[in-house]
Design a protein around this ligand. Structure first.
Ligand code: ZN
Length: 465
């Protein structure tokens, strides 16, 4: 559709995700320019029927379709699309030390290829907004942040890149090799410049910046404090990895005498402007502190399973009133990289961990939509289908071979199987008929494969090369 057109979807099962949990078995949704202007039961209001008759609005037949808010990916690493399949049978620390030197071979060109392919794939699996956490900045390889922001604009998804960082190399007791860390001064200067150049505070912003020192074992406490001060002075959000593995907890207890959440709190890093990836190993006290401070959690069930890190206490977090979104996490620890799969895994992991009532399909959908929007501070604009919100919308097939015989469309989406039919971001069609409209997927795949070859270590990565 063109930016000034009106699109009227009718006859679909519409899950609004609003505070009242409204659903319409045969409902309508109307988009005008970048916003949702009507949603409800039955056909669209007469004024829109007249507009369709005059050729001033497009009607989309929603029969056999489920309409939801677009998914918000609350934790990710776009560079990892071209480093998939490494270190598949080791711990997080073993996986990281294998991959750090490979990520150090990245440049702006390969990151663009990785990001465009990965964002295209995320769009095809229901994601309308993604964050990114790029924390390896080799010197002299071009502008990495610009490369991924350009890719997001080309694919057409809403984008919240973070300026990540590492400044605690092995010679200072950290995990990453010294060759991939930066100085604190360089990081803070680059962070400020990223905010100046890219951060858009507008309601309909397509690009927003956050600051994201990488993890307790790869950055100094001083950098954490300084990053928080800078972010708060400039009105941007804060993000990091925390409580992912027991190795990390042992590191923090030995080095700081504190658990990872206690360490974060001592640095001023709990609050309503902070969201944290993983949060697998949390005490009851940490769950309470996250809820009380409004700190968000980006739950990454597939990545946590792939790395054997554990199952996060999501039921306890939700019961405490904490904010929880879903994250695909980088594709080096989630090779399939499908946003839709995270809903499925979140439900299964919750029930395996905490029993049969630990999560239902609608709760999983809410995590992927409003939960993610809240993590990114976009709950007024995104996360539900309501009049006045931005038109970030996913339309799913519930009438095809995969799901046609399942009673409940939300169960089809989360527990069953479905395929994406359409995706709108800011009112623009990015996917239609299950096809990506903004790029040629064969070209994306070819360019990603070439970029993967460009960072592959000499001698290959696997026994048969
Ligand atoms: Zn991560």
């Amino acid at each position: 559709m063109t930016p000034d057109a009106v699109t009227v979807i009718e006859g679909a099962h519409v899950v609004t995700g609003d505070a009242g949990g409204r659903e319409y078995g045969s409902g309508h949704l109307v988009v005008q320019q970048t916003h949702i202007v009507a949603v409800g039961s039955g056909p669209a209001p007469q004024s829109y029927q007249d507009a369709i008759a005059r050729g001033e609005a497009i009607r989309v037949d929603g029969s056999g379709r489920l309409v939801t808010a677009g998914f918000v990916n609350s934790h990710h690493h776009l560079n990892q699309w071209i480093t998939r399949g490494y270190a598949t049978d080791t711990t997080l620390f073993g996986w990281l030390t294998t991959l750090y030197p490979i990520w150090a071979r990245l440049n702006a060109e390969s990151l663009y290829a990785s990001s465009a392919a990965n964002l295209g794939w995320l769009a095809l699996t229901g994601c309308t907004t993604s964050m990114d956490h790029q924390y390896v900045y080799p010197s002299g390889v071009g502008d990495l942040l610009e490369a991924e922001i350009t890719a997001a604009r080309d694919i057409g998804v809403r984008f919240h890149p973070t300026r990540g960082s590492m400044n605690l190399g092995q010679s200072d007791g950290g995990l990453p090799p010294d060759s991939v860390v930066e100085t604190m001064d360089a990081i803070l200067a680059a962070s400020e410049s990223a905010i100046d150049r890219w951060h858009d505070p507008a309601f309909d912003a397509m690009t927003r910046i956050a600051l994201a020192p990488c993890s307790p074992f790869s950055v100094t406490g001083e950098l954490m404090r300084e990053s928080a001060a800078l972010a708060r002075a400039r009105g941007v959000r804060l993000h990091t990895h925390i409580s992912e593995t027991l190795d990390e907890e042992a590191f923090c207890l030995e080095k700081f005498g504190l658990t990872p959440p206690q360490y974060l709190e001592s640095l001023g890093w709990l609050g309503p402007d902070v969201w944290l990836a993983h949060c697998v190993h949390l005490s009851d006290e940490a769950v309470s502190r996250f809820a009380a401070t409004g700190t968000g959690v980006a739950h990454c069930p597939t990545s946590n399973g792939r790395l054997g890190s554990g199952a996060a206490p999501i039921r306890a977090l939700l019961d405490a009133g904490a904010i929880v979104g879903l994250g695909v996490d980088g594709a080096a620890s989630n090779e399939s990289g499908r946003m839709l799969d995270e809903l499925h895994q979140a439900l299964l992991v919750a029930r395996v961990r905490d029993g049969e009532l630990a999560m239902n399909a609608r709760e999983a959908l809410a995590l992927a939509t409003m939960g993610g929007a809240r993590c990114l501070g976009r709950q007024e604009e995104l996360g539900s289908l309501e009049v006045g919100k931005l038109a970030d919308i996913a339309v799913w097939r519930i009438d095809d071979l995969a799901g046609a015989s399942i009673e409940d469309p939300v169960v089809t989406l989360v527990i069953g199987a479905t395929t994406l039919d359409r995706l709108y971001v800011n009112g623009r069609a990015v996917v239609a008929g299950g096809e990506l409209l903004t790029a040629d997927v064969e070209t994306l795949a070819r360019n990603a494969a070439a970029a993967a070859a460009s960072v592959r270590p000499a001698g290959g990565s696997v026994p048969w090369t």
